[in-house]
Design a protein around this ligand. Structure first.
Ligand code: AMP
Length: 217
């Protein structure tokens, strides 16, 4: 089973993706975490990626294809499915990913695109207040100092500043919003309201998946 989480920055894709990953016993792949890890490795490409991410822009599709596709394909083959957060983010990326699904003979019955929707003011508020755990990579709100999962000191992301948040939301509207129509046309889209408690949203996702007849424990 393949689950793609789409939606604007701050809509809760990471939080819900991790919950879904545990429930479905499938690996969780976050495009942003993958890129941040690459930056940390100080490879030749790291500096270029950091500059783009710090501006709030998207990494070019050709580079994303090179970095992600084989990795994702291997995870799907090894674990029989995957939960992907933050990829695809453009129609071009969606087409690249579709070619992987086709090559692995996945039918639409086994692919779910979960779109989380959150009102713009709420997105700004969440992004301005969020902190993350540099060790287990989970996200929390500002009033937390220490990760309640692994006890590590929490940090702020360098791209969670007012100016960069604005640009990231602008990029979302420009390049990622068309994915709604793309996946809706393919009957793959489950649009879920992303406001409310984490558990309530997870339950709504469960219900939507079950109504589409996926086995979930
Ligand atoms: P995220 O952690 O998902 O908010 O992503 C952080 C940043 O990583 C984005 O603002 C982009 O610069 C970059 N990024 C993540 N995923 C993608 C993607 N699929 N395509 C292009 N850039 C991406």
């Amino acid at each position: 089973m393949i689950f793609l989480l789409i939606g604007p920055p701050g809509s809760g894709k990471g939080t819900q993706g991790r919950i879904l990953s545990e429930k479905m016993h499938l690996p969780y792949f976050s495009s942003g975490d993958f890129l941040r890890e690459l930056i940390g490795k100080n490879e030749p490409i790291s500096r270029q990626i950091k500059l783009i991410m710090d501006r709030g822009e998207l990494i070019p599709d050709t580079l994303i294809k090179e970095l992600f596709l084989l990795k994702i394909k291997n995870l799907i083959v090894t674990y029989g499915g995957i939960i992907i957060d933050g990829y695809p983010r453009t129609i071009e990326q969606a087409k690249d990913l579709e070619s992987v699904f086709l090559s692995l003979n996945y039918s639409n019955r086994n692919i779910y695109v979960i779109e989380l929707t959150v009102e713009k003011n709420e997105l700004h508020k969440r992004l301005k207040e969020r902190v993350f755990c540099p060790s287990c990579l989970r996200v929390f709100q500002n009033d937390d100092n220490i990760c309640n999962i692994c006890g590590t000191q929490l940090n702020r992301r360098t791209d969670d500043t007012m100016q960069v948040i604005k640009e990231r939301l602008r990029q979302y509207e420009l390049k990622s919003r068309p994915l709604h129509q793309y996946y809706s046309n393919r009957n793959l889209l489950l649009t879920i309201p992303g406001e409310g408690s984490i558990q309530d949203i997870a339950s709504i996702i469960d219900k939507a998946i079950k109504e589409n007849k996926v086995d979930i424990n």
